[in-house]
Design a protein around this ligand. Structure first.
Ligand SMILES: [Fe+2]
Length: 196
């Protein structure tokens, strides 16, 4: 068992989530937005901004406009997003924490996402809504294809060029519970749906 990715089996309504993502505002993930996120997160203390990126990719992080994240939905917006709310509340209950945020990520066909660690996020549960023919690659542990998985986003990773379609991801960002602890909670749950 590796400490980078753990496949999970959990039913979601992909079409509904894609529809709900249209309510959200999106911003490009670049040095400006990542730094803002680092400054506003209570979980990035003691870390330097450069810890999250590789220096050789500096230029890309300044100008990329092909990879976007949705801005956190407030309560009013979440009330228009029943499938997002349903999944979020199930995982908050199972993991016994409120420190989970739901976001959508989009990556345009023909583009990649350079090596990085996710700022202010201990680990994340990713549901690929579109574009699961492209893998995730970890600096240390190599390449993995998945559909729904718990991902250790505090380890450096990247997504290579998206080949056939735009990629859309629904992501539960778990702010302060490490990968190993979340995996343990998913495995130990009474419901068998989380065992791969
Ligand atoms: Fe990431």
């Amino acid at each position: 068992m590796n400490n980078s990715i753990y496949d999970i089996n959990f039913n979601i309504d992909k079409d509904k989530l894609i529809e709900e993502s249209n309510h959200c505002q999106f911003v490009p993930i670049n040095r400006v937005t990542m730094r803002l996120f680092q400054l506003s997160s209570k979980y990035t203390k003691g870390k330097k901004f450069t810890d999250y990126l590789n220096k050789k990719d500096n230029d890309w992080w300044k100008r990329q406009d092909s990879w976007h994240t949705s801005i956190n939905a407030d309560t009013k917006l979440l009330s228009k997003m029943p499938e997002t709310t349903r999944i979020l509340s199930i995982f908050k209950e199972r993991l016994e924490t409120n420190e989970i945020e739901a976001n959508f990520f989009t990556q345009k066909v023909g583009t990649s996402a350079k090596m990085h660690a996710d700022v202010g996020t201990a680990c994340a549960i990713n549901f690929i809504l579109k574009g699961d023919e492209t893998p995730i690659m970890f600096e240390e542990d190599g390449t993995f294809y998945y559909k729904n998985a718990l991902i250790n986003v505090s380890k450096k990773h990247m997504v290579p060029e998206q080949t056939s379609t735009d990629r859309i991801l629904f992501k539960l960002r778990i702010l302060n519970m490490p990968f190993e602890e979340v995996r343990e909670k998913l495995i130990c749950t009474k419901e068998p749906i989380y065992v791969n």
